[in-house]
Design a protein around this ligand. Structure first.
Ligand code: GLA
Length: 388
């Protein structure tokens, strides 16, 4: 699908309720029966299901500028993110699925999800805390990825729509769930602000010392879902250093300068320009799948800028986290059908996960991910959209 223009779909976005029913019937190809006309929202009914005794739904947030964010409490996932391009057309920059069943069946587990208890990898599923050894499931052999076998992407969050622009998700991650100590009370608040930002506030407290590294795993394509690869997107990071990894994507422990490497995004560069260079790190990551060490992380300064070459949509990232995992969709294998009927082909989306560094529980030289009883884990990340 080339970039699909929304002139026809736009009235549907505005009159959501009226259009939801008919939108699903427009796709002739039965193999793609779950797909939806580009730019319209999936019907709420596609997100109604009881999982583990809890009800899932689709929640729609809208700001004054007309931007729309839909989320499901199944995995705390971003489903649609409709933002205006330079001509005012609405582009869905979130690569997501048409319904809760699609997410359940997907071979890729993390589409749009809120990730935890520990975002990214913990080496060999082991870490120790206060002299005690903890063992986790190694769901990404030989390591633990994104919280283990049943991470937060697969749980049903309790959701409360606080107003038209704010969704509050809460979850109690029980003591020893997936092997992590402590009852962790989590609150993640997604706000769609009037300056076209998605603001994410993470809060957590524990009753036993534990490790926490929460993030969001939205898959973006700033040219719109289904518009081809992201290789011509332009990227710039406020990062002079990154954490190189071994062949299993665990940081070696070193913090190395990006200068003179394909990891130097201190000036704008396309994702594709150097992705196939003969470089050991690119080989280990099968492309970009690395943590960038942010020079600053004080929320007022953008740490990343990404621009869609076809739409001119620019995404700025602001965060209080010290790291940014840039994943260039290297494991995408066209095995799943996304919401507008296109397959999730190789490198047709990217993720920018704000976080602490991977494997920090085993790397004392990295900023700490330990949370103690009485302390509050509190961090904010903002994805801001504009056109230039
Ligand atoms: C993160 C990881 C990647 C991959 C994706 C999801 O970005 O670093 O290796 O697991 O999540 O597939």
């Amino acid at each position: 699908m080339k970039l699909r223009i929304l002139s026809l779909a736009l009235p549907c976005i505005i009159a959501l309720a009226a259009c939801n029913g008919s939108a699903n019937k427009t796709t002739a190809n039965t193999a793609m029966k779950d797909s939806i006309t580009y730019g319209t929202l999936p019907p709420d009914s596609a997100f109604e299901k009881t999982i583990d005794g809890k009800q899932t739904h689709l929640y729609t947030l809208k700001n004054k500028a007309g931007m729309i964010l839909t989320m499901t409490n199944y995995g705390g996932r971003v489903v649609n993110l409709l933002v205006p391009d330079s001509s005012g057309k609405m582009i869905d920059v979130s690569v997501g699925m048409a319904g809760v069943e699609n997410y359940i069946k997907s071979t890729e587990r993390y589409y749009g999800a809120t990730i935890g208890r520990y975002g990214n990898r913990i080496a060999k599923g082991h870490f120790s805390l206060d002299g005690k050894q903890y063992t986790l499931a190694t769901n990404n052999a030989p390591n633990t990825l994104h919280g283990g076998k049943k991470g937060y992407q697969d749980v049903v969050w309790d959701a409360k729509k606080l107003n038209d622009q704010t969704l509050e998700l809460t979850y109690l991650s029980k003591d020893m769930e997936e092997g992590f100590p402590g009852n962790l009370h989590i609150k993640v608040t997604y706000t769609l602000t009037d300056d076209n930002s998605v603001k994410i506030d993470y809060d957590a407290t524990t009753d036993k010392t534990t490790v926490v590294n929460l993030t969001n795993h939205a898959y973006f394509n700033l040219n719109g879902e289904g518009s081809g690869t992201i290789l011509n997107h332009q990227v710039q990071f406020l990062a002079d250093n990154y954490t190189p990894v071994d062949s299993t994507l665990i940081p070696t422990g070193k913090i190395e300068p990006v200068k003179g490497t394909p990891f130097d995004f201190t000036k704008p560069e396309t994702i594709g320009a150097r992705i196939n260079d003969a470089n050991e790190q690119l080989k280990n990551g099968k492309g970009y799948d690395h943590n960038f060490v942010l020079n600053k992380h004080d929320i007022k300064v953008p740490v990343a800028l990404v621009k869609g070459d076809k739409t001119g949509i620019v995404m700025e990232i602001y965060t209080e986290e010290p790291g940014l995992q840039f994943y260039s969709g290297n494991f995408m294998q066209a095995k799943n059908i996304m919401k507008y009927g296109e397959k999730d082909d190789y490198r047709t989306a990217f993720a920018m996960e704000t976080q602490h560094y991977p494997d920090s529980p085993n790397q004392p030289q990295f900023p700490s991910t330990v949370l103690k009883p009485g302390d509050t884990y509190k961090t904010q990340t903002i994805y801001k959209f504009k056109t230039k």
